[in-house]
Design a protein around this ligand. Structure first.
Ligand SMILES: C[S@@+](CC[C@H](N)C(=O)[O-])C[C@H]1O[C@@H](n2cnc3c(N)ncnc32)[C@H](O)[C@@H]1O
Length: 369
């Protein structure tokens, strides 16, 4: 395998450009948005750094090689010859996923069976199990490309949250919405329906310059060629900075507030993030500079009933208009009517984004008058 190869950041469909901007900002030169993610050329240290530092990807895949293939016997033969030892640890359990498109080999299951048998017989691999490393084979236009999932558990699992409430937002998605709002960690953030605290904790981490992957482990730590000293140095160089900013969450559900407080503590942002137990109607503007209010209220068709939802959105809009002059507001919701029930002066909404079986959009305002 060569020193550089294609790295693919798999992301949330609809937010590819936002993810590309994040990758470019972190120095991943040549990052290009493609359907479902972002790709660029790099080496293993780039893979490790992408897993550690980027907030948007759900996983980082390394395209480790491939070959042309026109029939199953050829797939079997070429998969046996492939230099698995260069990229896979001996003895670690593997899970193989195969997709076929526009190719003479069109039967995913038969292709998977050939690759698995080749891995077992030529490399002594074991298959399956919960902690299995994932190998993806994509057979497209008669070319088989192998990718390794270098992340392991989905990257929205930062390793700090043991508790989540109803309809939590994934950290990766929350971070991309913050970025879509132009959030760079230089203003306070407030979420008046904070649930498990995702927006508030992500924003506080951004302000503190904390790497999102600082507390978890990754699949790549098992790969041959992994260098613990280089990895430790990478982690040490992503140490963070101090901030005077403050971050605020509130929710009318006391259990959510307890959960968000515990999650912030585990993330190490509790000195700058605080959570309070009250309804939106009792929300007051915090002291200090204006910033961003970002919130995903209960969804239509998911929790709560319609009439009540309109009333809650009306109250939210009224409170923000009356008490949050100079702050920007952003709402993530699946229904335009609910967003408009706030009466807030929204700019053009973002694209539809899949979230928990719904399509949600980001509605944001300029600083409120
Ligand atoms: C979709 S969830 C937010 C999830 C959150 N973003 C997270 O990542 O966990 C909506 C939240 O709004 C809260 N909520 C509903 N009505 C409210 C109100 N009138 N005032 C304050 N919070 C409210 C619910 O308790 C729930 O936690």
């Amino acid at each position: 395998m060569s020193d550089t190869f294609e790295i693919f950041l798999s992301g949330t469909p609809g937010l590819e450009q936002v993810l590309r901007d994040e990758a470019l900002e972190h120095g991943f030169a040549g990052a290009q948005a493609v359907p479902g993610g972002v790709q660029f050329e790099g080496g293993w240290v780039d893979v490790w750094r992408a897993n550690l530092c980027l907030r948007g990807p759900t996983r980082v895949l390394a395209r480790i090689g491939g070959f042309p293939v026109f029939h199953l016997a050829q797939l079997d033969k070429r998969a046996r010859k492939f230099d698995w030892a260069a990229v896979l640890p001996k003895g670690a359990p593997l899970r193989v996923e195969v997709t076929c498109k526009r190719s003479k080999i069109y039967h995913d299951r038969a292709a998977k069976q050939r690759i698995e048998t080749a891995l077992k017989e030529s490399f002594g691999a074991t298959l399956g199990g919960e902690d299995a490393l994932q190998l993806r084979a994509r057979i497209e236009d008669n070319f088989c490309t192998f990718s390794l999932d270098t992340s392991g558990e989905s990257l929205h699992k930062r390793g700090h949250k043991s508790a989540v409430g109803k309809a939590p937002m994934r950290e990766t998605l929350a971070a991309m919405f913050l970025r879509q709002c132009g959030y760079t960690g230089t203003e306070p953030v407030l979420d008046p329906m904070c649930g498990s605290g995702t927006f508030v904790i992500e924003a506080a981490e951004i302000a503190l310059g904390l790497a999102p992957g600082r507390s978890r482990s990754f699949a790549f730590e098992q790969f041959p060629g992994f260098d613990p000293a280089v990895w430790a140095a990478l982690k040490a160089s992503a140490q963070g900075r101090a901030t005077d900013l403050r971050f605020f969450g509130s929710d009318r559900d006391a259990g959510a507030v307890t959960m968000a407080t515990a999650n912030a503590k585990r993330a190490g942002v509790d000195a700058i993030a605080s959570f309070a137990d009250h309804a939106v109607s009792d929300l007051n503007r915090p002291g200090g500079p204006p910033g961003l209010v970002i919130v995903n209220p209960p969804y239509g068709g998911r929790i709560g009933n319609k009439k009540l939802l309109y009333a809650i959105h009306g109250t939210l809009g009224q409170v923000l208009k009356e008490r949050f002059s100079g702050w920007r507001a952003a709402i993530v919701t699946n229904e335009a009517d609910l967003a408009h029930a706030t009466g807030l002066p929204f700019l053009k909404p973002g694209p539809p984004i899949p979230h928990g079986g719904l399509k949600v959009k980001l509605y944001q305002t300029a600083p409120l008058p």
